[in-house]
Design a binder for this molecule. Structure first.
Ligand SMILES: [Zn+2]
Length: 80
């Protein structure tokens, strides 16, 4: 009974952008949140992405220093 065992973290990662855009269906949102409840790693990923978005939104008003841009880019850890 272990066919198509999708990595729950990979699935959660897929839902992150639509989650933050608030375009997930209710069922998907509940699924993502229940995973976030038990997965520290994904919770941190979501939180980081969310804070990044807030920052980017604020930074749209003023130019971001190149050095800071590089630091932010370095923080984005590829999953694979
Ligand atoms: Zn996870």
């Amino acid at each position: 009974m272990n066919d198509v065992q999708q990595d729950p973290c990979a699935h959660c990662e897929e839902m992150m952008q639509p989650y933050l855009d608030h375009i997930l269906t209710e069922a998907e949102r509940v699924e993502a949140e229940s995973h976030l409840d038990e997965c520290d790693w994904c919770r941190r990923r979501y939180r980081f992405e969310e804070s990044l978005r807030v920052y980017v939104r604020q930074a749209a008003d003023e130019p971001m220093p190149e050095e800071l841009k590089r630091k932010l880019a370095a923080l984005r850890i590829p999953l694979n």
